[in-house]
Write a protein that binds this ligand. Sequence first.
Ligand code: ADP
Ligand code: ZN
Length: 805
Amino acid sequence: MIPETCSVALPIPSPQPYVYAVPLGLADRVLPGARVVVPVRSRELVGVVLEVDVAERTELKSVLLAPDPTPLVPTALLELAQWMSRYYAASIGLAFRAMLPSALWGGSRLVASLHDATSAPGGVSRAVVEALERAGGSASSSVLSRRLKRPVWDVLQRLARAGVVTLETQPPRLGPKPKTERILVLRRMLPTLLEREQVFGRATRQREAYEVADSLGGEVSVRHLSSQLRFSPGVVRGLVERGVAVIEDREQPRDPFSDVISEPLASPSRDQAAAVDAIRGIDPGKAITLFGVTGSGKTLVYLEALRDAVRAEQGVIVLVPEIALTPQTVSRVRGAFGDTVAVLHSGLSDGERVDAWRALASGAKRVAVGARSAVFAPIPRLAAIVVDEEHDASYKHGESPRYHTRDVALRRGRIEGARVILGSATPALETWAKRDRIPVVGLPNRVSARPLPEVALIDMRSEARVREARIVPWSQALDAAVDEALRAGDQVMLLLNRRGFAHFLQCPDCGHVWECPACSISLTVHRAPAGLRCHYCGYDTPLPHSCPECGATAHRTRGVGTQTLERWLAERFSSARLARMDADTTSGKWSHRRILEAVGRRDVDVLFGTQMIAKGLDFPGITLVGVVDADTGLHLPDFRAAERTFQLIAQVAGRAGRGPRGGKVLVQTRTPSHFALQAAARHDFEQFAERELASRQSPPYPPHVALVNVLVSSNQETVTANAAIDVGDWVRGLIEARAPGSIDVIGPAPAPLARIQRRWRWHLLLRGHDAAQLGQVMRYAAQRAPHTGRGPVRVVFDRDPVSLL
Ligand code: ADP
Ligand code: ZN
């Protein structure tokens, strides 16, 4: 039957698809998944057809054009987009934005290019061809419409079918990309603090810029220095005038993975072979968790398990948390599957991204490797999806739809009958709690019979400190261990948890930390008005004078940043080559890789930084790992603080002792008896999981309950607070009326990160045992709650949040 109408998803926030009439001439192309150009108010937009024959044909505007000879979006992805839109209460258009390369979607222009003008018929067609010739061979449809003073869609369509023109959608123009980049290259090395002081004197900004460049391997793009790190042009000039650095113009890098060399694969051990068999044994569409300790060789298991599928011309997806942090995994996949691999990474240009998408869709490439969005790779005959380091928080998308890649992978596996492999040494408790449905296969030992490193907890309440370190927590034990490792020519890794922005209160004598009696999360110290506050429920209590456990005087903790640590390390180990890795040093695209390569070449003695350094790295030269302050993470006001700390320490510990020289881990803390630290020290995930799952029973937190974080923000503090209260009252009223007693509303309260990018933030939590019902309430509220329309206040519904900061 010939379709008369169709519903179309558009790249606009509107939650409902629009319905259009299908002109007879386009009926063969207007199919679900095909792109169409449609009129929307005064604009013409590219949309994706969801369904055909959706309504009686009355008073509808018509589809203008259908550029895809066959539907662009495969049926399975169409279904996945619809699921995401519903589950996360996001518009279907935003779901496609997350899914499709931007050049194929979203505010795109339709560009016609002359292909073969000889066969052009007369009349308007002739006029369009002439207009194109005058425009140098190609022009956008809207330009042509203006020139000819009439809509040209029908004409372009006819010309395209006759082979006279080709039609392509192009992304909105964002201005030409710079072809070359200005790079600050250091010419003089100042390894010791003394030298830096002599050269820079009081020019501290110049010295800081020098240190950034130094920690990045001696060069940094000027744009990164100015736009991300806010160094003024004068600072950069100063470095050049002092003769410390020069500026070079460089070509922009092309595919940074094109030259990745692949290593040959080992043959699997007995444990690995058993795991491969277990994976092959699950039914298509089902999932399995590969629970393998750090260094157990999970990558090889993935590759072996995928090999048959790739040989049989089926497709697979390998997901990694952050591709720039995991060059080793990428190179191993390349090594195993060679030319069939498409690496999807943030360094691709719009055009390259479209090329990769088409190569995968056509079957020219069958293996997609990438971070989050690679879960949408348009692979036909998808056989398997690997989610490596499945516990990693970066798998959650930060914008609408706020999807969790692992959950999307599980859903996609079910839709397409693909096996899903969730791999981790520290599975997320959400995953672990499902082990009745998602079986677990373990790799309990490291490869080649290497032991896991010994982990020592250093009690900072009693341990002798190095006094010169001042505010940096630095025990004599850690000091001696670093010194010994460096003397032996080994490499050291030091982890400093994210800056303690939310200051908790801790007793210096016994380590007691004040918590909310209702929410069991750490209370945060506030100065004005003075008090301790809960960032979930709003509970408020005066600052105590003494510790309820031991009576000692209470004391506010101070977070130390990576820069402070860097100063101290440079002073203490003046001949060591240091590399710092944190958000400041790595926002340049490939800087991670440069730092990691330097570590791999052993050009770095001490690698230190935030949790970035804890991910999947495999450097046999690292024999010592130090966690400078385990407490900042342990007492973040987030119910996952203990889990994150356990993961972080287990993962960072997993970096030590991968070589024949073994390794050890030192963890500095004031709460050495905390079960998360105790379990991490014993590498005992199962025991940690048991304790933590029990502690999340009361008050209940995921995975025992489902959670939605409702974040309210605006650029005025009181407006935000009042709006959050409005939303809270409205939601409470809704639940009272519709489903009394089934869903708790906690808060509203100021978010722990009270202000981000000039917006004040408040939040409330919706918590319920019945996830489906919670989803319904969220969908209803997302459309009807106060302030959800246009206006100065933004209300965001984040289902299954991974961060509540
Ligand atoms: P995981 O991801 O489980 O922490 P990796 O996959 O990074 O571990 O593997 C750790 C190291 O062990 C890598 O250097 C890898 O090449 C090596 N390896 C893996 N399997 C074997 C094997 N069967 N024999 C020898 N070395 C192996
Ligand atoms: Zn509370």
